[in-house]
Design a protein around this ligand. Sequence first.
Ligand SMILES: NC(=O)c1ccc[n+]([C@@H]2O[C@H](COP(=O)([O-])OP(=O)(O)OC[C@H]3O[C@@H](n4cnc5c(N)ncnc54)[C@H](OP(=O)(O)O)[C@@H]3O)[C@@H](O)[C@H]2O)c1
Length: 261
Amino acid sequence: MQLNGKVALITGASEGIGAACAAEFARAGARLSLTARSEAGLRAASNAAGTADALLTPGDLTSAETRSAVVERTLERFGAVDILINNAGAGLYLPSWSAPLDEVRRLMELNFFALLGMTQLVVPHMRERRSGTIVNVGSIAGKVPLPWLTVYSASKYAVGALTEGLRMELRRDGVRTMIVCPGYVRTAFQQHARGGSPPAAMLNARRFRITAETCAAAIRRGVERDARTVVTPRTGWLFILAMRLFPGFVESRMAALHQST
Ligand SMILES: NC(=O)c1ccc[n+]([C@@H]2O[C@H](COP(=O)([O-])OP(=O)(O)OC[C@H]3O[C@@H](n4cnc5c(N)ncnc54)[C@H](OP(=O)(O)O)[C@@H]3O)[C@@H](O)[C@H]2O)c1
């Protein structure tokens, strides 16, 4: 899809990968509808993106009212949603066997149900126009389970399965879906995690982080070439392949990293 003049609705756009996507898509000529809880963050992201006409809808996406408001306002303002980037999400570094279930449900509400809720509001409109792309920001953790983020990985596996199933459901409707699997991205994701902390080995791996801008550029290129899956950085594919070919070995290495906490 070429992006000039297209309408991109981006969730979690107040900072991190979402804000970087706002700037990246604006540079490509897209019109923006941005949402997250922080109004100040949305304003800053919109200013940084250099767009005069970005639509900002602050609110908590786990609420059905916020989701309806974002989509209705976008359609009212721009008359279309060409690209939905379901990016809002959070982590949880607690062991799955002891994490309070309420906390796990809260995580699933944001990482999975809010994303599905947004998708359900936007897809009928895209089907009617026989055009559109749903971009779901998953994670490399949705391809290889990370033992320090087991519950988060489960939420991202769910997002991956949803993205691929949805693609087949909509095959004849002109609506595409794309799953994005970032590795370690330099954002405040770890500070915003809902509980626990990453193992020491992960903190030491900071030098492997990519920037949110690099991630956003990969997402933009993926949308432009109608990709099904974007893994960024691309070396992440080696990790995915290693897990497929040598699961026992990769699991033992990951467990060792986890125990380095
Ligand atoms: N950073 C990484 O290493 C990494 C790696 C793989 C995948 N990812 C995925 O990338 C996505 C973006 O993460 P990030 O690294 O950019 O994290 P981030 O800097 O913490 O940004 C998260 C965004 O989500 C929004 N958000 C959080 N809770 C929300 C809620 N209840 N309602 C509406 N918006 C909410 C936040 O805005 P407000 O606080 O203003 O609401 C913020 O804009 C997530 O889905 C994450 O799982 C990140």
